[in-house]
Design a protein around this ligand. Structure first.
Ligand code: ADP
Length: 444
């Protein structure tokens, strides 16, 4: 009995001790928790900082942070490897002295075109995939650079981060590919032109006698050869456009008069398919050639372009409008304000789905819809158009609604009458003969 009582007392004391220990430990733990998590936080932060430092110090890409005075505040070893500057040396000096950018022709960037300057007037990242960086040892390294602004509460740019990557190998590879395409298409154009010529001769009644069945076959062969010839020509032009070898002889051109020259062949192409046409020059909507012999007063839209190149663009847009529009009307118009000359080609065709619009001016892009899939094409025309328009600091885009039609717009920088006159005087002094097809109206 005594023993039993003793065990009971010992048991109760044990349970009491255990409960006390748990309560005490819990209290202690609760008391210690904030201190412990602070330590943990500090360690975590240290770890995060360490991780960022490890990443910044090991990546191949160059990363620099610079402030409004263009002073470098952070310069990682990757930036050092690309530029040839030491990490310690570069800190605290102007980023423009360390990151010297030129274009592919080796010409220095104008200050407003240099992304390191331009970022202070932008709230968005600026990317440049055609830049070349001049290293400390004066070596030229092709780079892809993107500059991101750091904004304060008022959306003012206080500093910026530039990241850049050495893309020498990719650019060399691209160049080799473009050279191959351009050589191959150049070589293949010659035999194709010969085949086309002989097929034309075979179909010429004055030269050879063929039965109607053979003529039908030859006509088909001739059509396909023409298509092949166009494909090689487009490949050649796009390869040249990509590596900056597109020949361009810009002259002062009055676009209104130039377009007027083209309307006959455009109207003919549309009429062959039973489509109506409308040519509109000036904001007042004055019809061009709509009433024979009528003299109209309209603004003069001077631009500085190679007219042959612009004709390529307009022909491409007009041909597309005709090609993709089963019935209805094609309008070609020109309008503008003080700064811009705007040309548009509008059709009543199938329209272009919104998801395709952002890709339309990329190489080989074709809309995969039932209405356009069956129509032949290379997907190079609009890419070439964009490259040509960009050659003259212009912009090309499309606005379209499915089942209602599309309007392709081109904006070109407009020359004032005075500027046009000055440039024409310079052109005359240089005595460069204008291309035969150009129409350079004397400035009045
Ligand atoms: P291609 O006409 O040789 O295929 P383009 O680069 O000229 O190449 O045009 C790219 C694509 O854009 C075409 O395949 C077509 O799907 C679409 N497209 C161009 N113009 C029009 C238009 N006026 N209406 C509808 N779709 C068009």
């Amino acid at each position: 009995m005594i023993i039993n009582t003793a065990f009971l007392v010992i048991g109760l004391v044990g349970v009491g001790l255990a409960v006390f220990s748990i309560v005490w430990l819990k209290a202690r733990h609760a008391h210690l928790k904030p201190a412990q998590s602070n330590t943990k936080l500090a360690t975590n932060l240290r770890d995060e900082k360490l991780k960022s430092e490890i990443i910044l110090n090991t990546i191949d890409d160059g990363v620099i942070l610079f402030d409004k005075d263009m002073t470098i505040q952070l310069f990682n070893p990757g930036a050092g490897r690309i530029t040839g500057w030491g990490v310690e040396e570069a800190g605290g000096i102007s980023c423009l002295a360390v990151i010297k950018l030129v274009n592919e022709k080796g010409e220095e960037y104008a200050p407003d075109k240099n992304p390191l300057n331009a970022i202070f007037n932008s709230t968005q990242t600026i990317r440049d995939n055609t830049a070349v960086l001049v290293t400390r040892a004066n070596k030229q390294v092709p780079v892809n650079i993107s500059v991101t602004p750091l904004l304060d509460g008022d959306q003012t740019v206080t500093a910026a981060v530039a990241t850049f990557r050495d893309v020498s190998q990719e650019r060399a590879e691209e160049k080799r590919r473009a050279e191959f395409i351009s050589t191959a298409s150049h070589e293949m154009r010659t035999p194709v032109a010969a085949i086309e010529g002989y097929l034309a001769l075979a179909m010429n009644e004055k030269v050879s006698k063929i039965d109607p069945k053979a003529r039908a076959y030859l006509e088909k062969a001739h059509e396909s050869t023409q298509h092949l010839g166009k494909l090689f020509q487009d490949l050649l032009t796009s390869a040249k456009a990509e590596d900056g070898r597109l020949v361009s002889h810009p002259v002062v051109t009055e676009m209104g008069a130039y377009i007027e020259q083209l309307t006959d062949s455009f109207r003919f192409a549309a009429q062959k398919k039973g489509l109506l046409t409308d040519f509109i020059i000036g904001t007042s909507g004055t019809g061009v050639g709509s009433q024979a012999g009528e003299r109209v007063v309209r603004p003069l839209y001077y631009v500085h372009v190679d007219p042959d190149r612009i004709r390529e663009v307009l022909t491409n847009l007009f041909d597309n409008a005709v090609k993709y529009t089963p019935s209805g009307k094609i309008s070609l118009g020109i309008t503008g304000n003080n700064d811009v000359v705007q040309i548009y080609v509008r059709d009543t065709g199938p329209g272009i789905p919104a998801e395709d619009v952002p890709h339309l001016f990329q190489k080989f892009y074709r809309v995969d819809s039932s209405s356009t899939r069956t129509i032949g094409g290379t997907g190079l025309g609009l890419f070439i158009c964009r490259k040509i328009v960009e050659l003259y600091q212009g912009r090309i885009w499309v606005e379209s609604k499915v089942d209602e039609g599309s309007t392709f717009y081109i904006n070109l920088p407009r020359l004032s009458t005075q500027k046009a006159s000055e440039l024409q005087t310079l052109e005359a002094q240089r005595q460069t003969p204008a291309p035969l097809t150009s129409l350079t109206t004397p400035v009045v």
